[in-house]
Design a protein around this ligand. Structure first.
Ligand code: ATP
Ligand code: MG
Length: 407
């Protein structure tokens, strides 16, 4: 039997309305779909592109029913959506990736155990059920280590770096201070990596997978700073990363766009850090540099059509604009200077308020050689780090905004 295809005109639901939801909505609209966005934050960027906006909390049953009556299929743009909601919607509509995937991935412990159970390489880790188990976990993992909340972390939030024995008491105190019912943590060995790499895997409705070329990522204070495409890993190691990424995604057994993050060590080993069950920040370059973007793939998968090509057309370097850095390219000479750089493409997310550590936009540099794209990206990063901190947190970004229309 032929799987059902959703044709242009159908309504695609997305849970979460941040920049990933907005870029999904942009791709869907381009293909003639209407988008229903559910995000309790009325200022969430995707609401501006929505045909239907829902702004009640995710546990609101009446909204759940109306959302379900509005949409033909559902996807999500972040991991911290209630899995119960996804599973309820899944009994009525295609939900991609599945609620099962969300349930595993939204808990770092379950995710690591799942990967380990499928013989995929992960760094040593220990489970912490209550803060008094921290010293014992440290004894099994050793120093340095990272303690992470099992759920709800993103952009390095909810993480403690434990360098040596002198840090343990302080981290214990902090864990006690934020303990809630059923809260768990994972203690991971801190991997001394030479580089971080990620692989975007597009898993089609028939289980057929395509991978974008692996890319190199650099983080600053737990937040992605720079992505370089393609990776400069040796060809064999890059192929191995792609192979492991496909294995991990195949084990999850659901259509969707996934990003598998890796650590690559000096002795050539690859460890999976984590999997995102959605388009990923390190895949934003696909909007400008690839045949089909990660967001269009998400649309295609949701609608049950053939997944698109994953070819890199030009080398690219992507720089995130974090917090008040964004005003360096939206105000004064910064804006026109950036527009004058060949191959520079600015993306602003339409977030009204600047907050420290908040992703406000990104710039992708395209060039004939990766080294040229990288050089321009490093130039921008230098400029961002040198600029005076005149723009304060809480400052508004000059973007058009319309109020979401609740339906
Ligand atoms: P994001 O939302 O950006 O994916 P996150 O909050 O899910 O971030 P992680 O991916 O777990 O967090 O960690 C963010 C970054 O912190 C990693 O990309 C890496 O640079 C560093 N990091 C995390 N875990 C480890 C580890 N076990 N060893 C070494 N570095 C680590
Ligand atoms: Mg990560």
């Amino acid at each position: 039997m032929k799987a059902q295809i959703l044709e242009p005109g159908a309504v695609l639901g997305v849970l979460g309305g941040g920049q990933l939801g907005a870029m999904f909505a942009g791709a869907a609209r381009r293909l003639g779909y209407r988008v229903a966005v559910w995000d309790p934050d009325r200022d969430a960027p995707a609401h501006q592109l929505a045909a239907y906006s829902f702004t009640a909390p995710f546990l609101d049953v009446e909204t759940r029913d109306r959302f379900s009556q509005t949409v033909h299929a559902v996807t999500y743009e972040w991991e911290n959506i209630p899995a119960d909601l996804c599973e309820w919607l899944e009994r009525r509509h295609p939900v991609r990736p599945s609620g099962f995937v969300l349930r595993i991935i939204q808990d770092r412990i379950q995710q690591k155990q799942f990967l380990e159970g499928h013989n995929l390489p992960v760094a040593p880790f220990a489970v912490i059920e209550s803060p008094d188990q921290l010293p014992e976990a440290i004894r099994s993992i050793g120093f340095p280590a990272l303690c992470k909340t099992a759920r709800s972390g993103y952009d390095g939030k909810g993480q403690w770096f434990i360098q040596d024995p002198s840090d343990v008491a302080q981290v214990s105190r902090e864990l006690y201070a934020c303990t809630r019912d059923g809260q768990r943590w994972i203690l991971e060995q801190a991997v001394t990596f030479e580089r971080e790499v990620s692989v975007l895997v597009v898993s089609g409705p028939n289980g057929n997978c395509r991978t974008y070329p692996p890319v190199d990522n650099r983080h600053e204070r737990g937040i992605l700073r720079l992505t370089l495409a393609p990776t400069s890993l040796p060809v064999e190691t890059a192929a191995n990363a792609s192979h492991l990424a496909v294995q991990a995604v195949s084990a999850l057994n659901s259509p969707g766009v996934f990003c598998v993050e890796f650590f690559h060590t000096a002795d050539g080993a690859l460890f999976i850090n984590e999997i995102a069950p959605r388009p990923h920040n390190s895949g934003h370059y696909t909007l400008d540099a690839c045949t089909v973007s990660q967001f269009e793939q998400q649309v295609r998968i949701l609608c049950g059509v053939m997944i698109g090509e994953v070819q890199l057309l030009r080398p690219a370097a992507m720089v995130n604009l974090i917090g008040n850095e964004v005003s360096a390219v939206t105000a004064g000479s910064g804006y026109s200077d950036l527009m004058a750089i060949p191959g520079a493409l600015l993306h602003l997310y339409g977030k009204r308020t600047i907050r420290a550590g908040r992703k406000m936009g990104h710039v992708t540099f395209l060039a004939e050689e990766r080294s040229a794209a990288e050089e321009r990206a490093l130039g921008l990063i230098k400029q961002l780090s040198e600029r005076p901190f005149s723009a304060l947190a809480g400052e508004h970004v000059p973007v058009q905004k319309t109020e979401p229309r609740d339906v």
